[in-house]
Design a protein around this ligand. Sequence first.
Ligand SMILES: [Zn+2]
Ligand SMILES: [Zn+2]
Length: 272
Amino acid sequence: MKRTLFFLGAFALSFSGLQADELFLGKKNIFNKAMDSFGQSRVIQWCEKKLSSDAFVKVFFGAEPASPLFQEMGKDAQITLGISEDCHVPIYKMTLNLELFKEVGAFALPGFIIVNENRLNRASYGAQRAALFHEAVHIKYADSTASEFFVTFFLALGVAGSNKIIRDYNLFQTSLLARVATPFAVGMTSLILSGKFYGHYRERRADIEGCYATQCYVCVKEHAEHRRKIFEQEKNSLRHNGYLWAEDLLVIADELKRENRVCIYHSEIVKG
Ligand SMILES: [Zn+2]
Ligand SMILES: [Zn+2]
């Protein structure tokens, strides 16, 4: 009985923690901090390095070094976010499957940030810079690898927890199939849900932390305008995956503006 309660408690707590992101804006709660430490832990960072594959990005994305501007933005983002140098990743551009990824400006994989220059070249400077900072946050917390661990944990928790409940309460006594299939179904549901929750969580974290790290209200404002265009006008199919909407981004821009935060590029433009 105690163990059943433990399973249910752990399950509920983990999910409610992932949703607790009202507090996320500007200040991290204890759960957010735990998630940060998890992604930055040695074991996750080590696995992320092992999962990185040059051959994979070459075959699937025809990856080549990105244009100097994006390489510079990506490097600056990784330094600013405090990623240790041995974990810095190169910035590549995709030359294959461009049609398949036509709605994506950039993405992070273990060991790489890949830019879709066809798309990102059309965005404003601020939107480009914010995109590179967003991807660098994914690298900082090894999000691809952490996600694999996370969903595997929930798969195991779902299978073990439901199995325990079935045994403790003698459920499905007449059907062996139900006794075997139920833990499997609960495990798979748990895996899919946790993947979805983690997916939303990591996109919000990458947006929020990335925008603050740009330390420029003009960059974040331009990023918000770009997002208004792609989410609200073009109805980008990724818009319901946890990303901040233009209104949320403008809250961050306002905060940076109150503190007079402007990047070098925009301070020169402002000076004229
Ligand atoms: Zn992302
Ligand atoms: Zn700027």
